[in-house]
Design a protein. Structure first.
Lengths: 326, 341
């Protein structure tokens, strides 16, 4: 058993156990309708969590994503209201903007040698501020193209709906997995997380990779903003406050080491699903209050971090035992 | 160089920034520095900045110590919400002022102990360790207030938020007093140096005999204590505990205040006075934007701009380039001496 995949295994087991508990109380939980809703409701979080996974594997952190999602929604809503542009053109413009925004943060982090925490914090202020500057009202999106996007779904057996945005999320996860494990960029990300010095000595283009990682996170935050605007049919500058924390929590629960260098994109999907499951359970129960979500997620975070610490400690001890045996 | 002039030199950039911000507000808004006394209380925009800046200033005191150990405390906003909720629910149940305050502050200390144990004993990275309480803390606060905004009419508690002592608003006195006490404790004893030692190299300081574990826990407890006081003030100010919005994003403002104060996020050196000036700069910018009639929407953009400028100035790359250029421009022996020092 590889120690690296143990956190992932723990996540999968917890998810299956949690689902089994939910199913034993509410058999309807296993219907494709609930599963379809689980995917749709968490689509924007899942997409942004993929970008966060790459950032965290590389040993960084991106606090700006929640604000970028809000900015994206406002940007789309305002442009659609004030100009005659087609939504697809607006989407393209938006993705270019957010990707460049991410790349700029990556460049700042690398060339100015500043901690990612504080650079992306500035990015968070800037993106949220730009959203405020565009408008502080909630702007509805009434374009007919949006209606068509929202009605677009695949009917699963059992009358569950796999909506467009749920499908986009699954596609993003699939692409993310291929990108992380089957490309040179993915290997570079893991190498950076293992140690910048070592990565540089191994010939990893540190500057380019850092910029690419944050550009990817910015791109996915923009995509997540598009998905969120389809989900809510509106752009509001005060929305998605704190989503970056949910995304970080999902990544950690998904078994990615926050110190970087180890983790799986697939784990993040399960992390997002666990968080969605908690919310669904609370809705099904009806008597529990919404704040239990936060407390349970906090507890899960704690449990997983302690689990990871324990695993690292055991691995270190084994390595020490091997050395002394030699 | 004497200690006093070294200290002045240390806080000069912050003082200049604060003066520049205040001067530019005064240009747009001429009556800015007017202070009047009415009903036994000082009034004026300058007093307002001191008063409104109290929560961030208090958080910045604790955050400075945490950052000096190369840590960070993301949970302070949530701790504010928890302690505000505890205080409100305690007076709601008819407890006296002293037990209420003791309970709220005790809760804060318990939060700090939790953070400290995670960081010092379990060796979890500070960002992650305090993230747990940041996420769960608001849930806990809502649990205490049962999701509602708990309002209260307890005169003693309200006094802390909006009362005055010798015409000065209580929040101002509280943060000034806390700042002076903490600054004296860390600078008049070896404590400050030990904290800086942990920030520079925890392992080396442990080998040198510094009790790293206890000191780290104490530092996180100090940070949560400051957050608890800030939470009580925030709750007393609006005469109610709002679990959702009390202290929301104030952890970021506090970190910003510390960074503006010139304390490096990489740990190892700090100045509480500079952080307090940093907190006042942030509040002055907020108030200035409101007074000048700029739409408040620009507030965050301007803040982001300020952070960027400070980041660039503090960046190791830019600083080494600056030193390099200065050396090349004047390579006279006198100048070389000041560079080496």
């Amino acid at each position: 058993m590889n120690a690296r995949s143990l956190p992932l295994l723990a996540t999968v087991i917890i998810f299956l156990l949690a689902y089994a508990v939910c199913y034993s109380q509410y058999p309807a939980m296993l219907s494709t309708r609930v599963i379809g809703n689980l995917l749709t409701d968490n689509a924007f979080l899942g997409i942004v969590a993929v970008g966060m996974t790459f950032v965290i594997i590389s040993g960084g952190i991106d606090l700006s994503v929640g604000s970028v999602i809000a900015f994206s929604g406002v940007f789309i809503a305002v442009l659609l209201r004030d100009t005659g542009l087609h939504p697809v053109a607006v989407f393209a413009m938006l993705l270019v903007i957010t990707t460049l925004f991410g790349a700029a943060m990556g460049a700042t982090i690398h060339y100015l040698e500043m901690p990612p925490f504080i650079v992306t914090l500035a990015g968070m202020f800037l993106a949220r501020g730009m959203a405020y500057v565009l408008t502080i009202d909630s702007v509805p999106i009434t374009h007919e193209f949006y209606g068509r996007l929202q009605d677009f779904y695949y009917l699963m057996p059992g009358r569950g709906r796999l909506t467009l945005i749920g499908g986009i999320m699954l596609l993003v996860f699939l692409t993310g997995m291929i990108l992380a494990h089957r490309t040179r960029f993915g290997m570079n990300v893991y190498a950076l997380g293992g140690g910048v010095q070592t990565a540089r000595l191994m010939g990893v283009p540190v500057a380019r990779t850092t910029i690419q990682i944050y550009a990817l996170s910015g791109f996915l935050a923009g995509l997540s903003g598009i998905v969120f605007s389809i989900y809510t049919s509106a752009g509001y500058s005060l929305s998605t406050v704190g989503v970056e924390l949910d995304a970080i929590a999902a990544v950690v629960i998904g078994g990615t080491l926050l110190t970087g260098g180890s983790g799986f994109v697939a784990g993040t999907l399960i992390g997002v699903m666990i968080m969605g499951l908690i919310q669904t359970y609370i809705i099904f129960d009806g008597t529990l209050s919404s704040w239990w979500t936060k407390i349970v997620i906090g507890f899960l975070l704690f449990a997983f971090i302690v689990l990871q610490k324990g695993l690292v400690w055991i691995a270190d001890r084994n390595a020490g035992a091997l050395k002394s045996a030699r | 160089m004497s200690a006093a002039s070294r200290f002045l030199r240390r806080i000069t950039p912050q003082l200049v920034t604060l003066a520049a911000v205040l001067a530019s507000i005064a240009i747009v808004f001429p009556g800015f520095f007017e202070i009047s006394i009415a009903n036994g209380r000082l009034y004026g925009s300058a007093i307002d900045i001191l008063n409104r800046g109290a929560p961030v200033a208090l958080l910045a005191i604790g955050m400075t110590l945490v950052i000096a150990t190369k840590g960070i405390d993301l949970s302070v906003g949530a701790v504010m919400a928890i302690c505000g909720a505890v205080a409100a629910s305690a007076v709601d149940r008819g407890m006296g002022l002293v037990p209420t305050l003791a309970l709220a502050i005790g809760t804060g200390l318990a939060c700090g102990l939790w953070n400290g144990i995670l960081v010092a004993v379990l060796k979890i990275q500070p960002i992650v360790a305090t993230l747990i309480l940041m996420v769960a803390g608001r849930g806990i606060a809502q649990l205490i207030t049962e999701g509602a905004i708990l309002t209260f009419r307890h005169e003693g508690l309200i006094f802390i938020g909006s009362g005055t002592f010798l015409t000065v608003p209580m929040p101002v006195l509280i943060w000034l007093f806390t700042g002076v006490i903490v600054a004296l404790v860390v600078r008049r004893t070896a404590l400050g140096m030990l904290i800086e030692a942990i920030g520079i190299n925890p392992r080396a300081s442990m080998l040198a005999g510094v009790n790293t574990r206890v000191l780290l826990i104490a530092v996180y407890m100090a940070s949560s204590l400051c957050a608890a006081i800030a939470g009580i003030i925030a709750a007393a100010d609006i005469r109610g505990a709002d679990a959702n919005n009390a202290g929301l994003w104030l952890e970021l403002d506090a970190i910003l205040a510390v960074v503006i104060g010139g304390t490096s996020l990489l740990g190892g050196r700090f100045s509480i006075v500079a952080s307090l000036i940093g907190a006042m700069i942030i509040q002055a910018v907020n108030t200035g934007i409101l007074l000048s009639g700029f739409p408040p929407e620009f507030n965050l953009v301007i803040k982001a701009g300020i952070v960027l400028v400070i980041l660039v100035l503090q960046s190791p790359t830019v600083q080494s380039a600056f030193i390099y250029f200065r050396r090349n421009k004047q390579s006279s022996p006198a100048d070389a001496k000041t560079v080496v020092q």
